[in-house]
Design a protein around this ligand. Sequence first.
Ligand code: ZN
Length: 339
Amino acid sequence: MFETTIVGSLPKPFWLAETNRLWPQWRWEGDQLRRAQRDAVTVMVALQERAGIDVVTDGEMGRRHFVHGFLERIEGVDFSRLVRDFIRDGRYQADLPTVVAPVRRSAPVHVDDVRHLRASTQRPIKLTIPGPMTMVDTLHDEAYGDRRTLAFALAEIVNQEILDLVEAGLDVVQLDEPAFNVYLDEVEEWGIAALDRALAGVRCRTAVHVCYGYGIEANIAWKQSLGAVWDHYRRVLPALESSRVDELSIECAGSCVPIELLGLVKKKRVAVGAVDVASDRVETPEEVVDTVRRVLEYVPRERIALSTNCGMAPMERSLAEAKLATLGAGAVLARVRFD
Ligand code: ZN
C-alpha cells in the first residue's frame, strides 16, 4: 500500500555537471562522462533506497535535459541548429534543436541505462521518456509542418524504444507530458492518441506524468498567474482515463489543484505528488499523510502511489535529499495511519 516513487530526475552531483540548472553543462566528455554518469546513478539509487523509495529511477543522470536527452540520439533532429523560441505556450524561452528530416531511431537510446540501473538495485526500476506532445513543444520543426504529424512520428520511435527497454528489464516506463496541462484542446484532439501509439503493445506498467513544471522562476510566475484554482486536470484526467496508460502521476502537494478532481480518475492508479518541488520548504511526513488523507476521499487506497510533484533536477541537492526522506517517512506513517 502507498508504494513510493519519484517523478524521475534528481540533482546532478557537482562533479558530473553544473548544478541548479535545467540545461547544465557536463564536466566531462566521452568515456569519462559515461563513467561519471554511471557512478552518479549508483549514488542516486542509494539515496532513493535510503529514503525508502520503492520504485527507483536513475535520477536522469544520463541526460542533460529531460526532453533533449532523448532527442539527442534521434536522427533528423539537428542540435547544431538551435533556435531560440518560446515554449509551453509562451511561458519561457529555450534553445530548441531543429527537426530537419524525418525522425528515426537508428539505435536504442536508453537500453544501456536500463541495464545499468537493473544491475544497480533489487527494487523495481522506472525510466522516464518525454511524451510526444512535450517533445514537439520542445523542438523547432522545419520538416513536418504539423505538430500532430510530428507527434505521431515521435510516438512511433518512443514505442520502439520502450519495447527494447522492457526487454532489458524495465518494470515501469513513464512518459512525461507537462505540455498536457498547457494545450488542453490538443490533448483531446491528438495528444491521447499519440500517447497510446507510444504505449502500444507495452508489457510493463506504464505511467504518464502531467504537472505544472519544475521549480524554476518562469514556472513559479506562471503558477501565480493561474489564480486560486488550477483546473487543467478537469479536462486532462477524463481524457487520460480513456487512454491505455496504467498510472497517472500528478501534482497535488502545495498546489492550487482542487483535490476533488482526483474523483475523475475512476480506473487508473494515481501517483500522487506529495512533496512540492517548487518550494524550498521541506514538508513534514505529517503533511504527506495529510495529502494522503485528502486523496483517500476520492481514490481507494489500492490505487494510490506516492511521488514528488515533478522532477528535482534543478534543485539544491541537500533539499532534494530532505524531500526524499520526507516522502519515504510520510509513506511509512500513512501505511500505519490508514491500515
Ligand atoms: Zn513534472
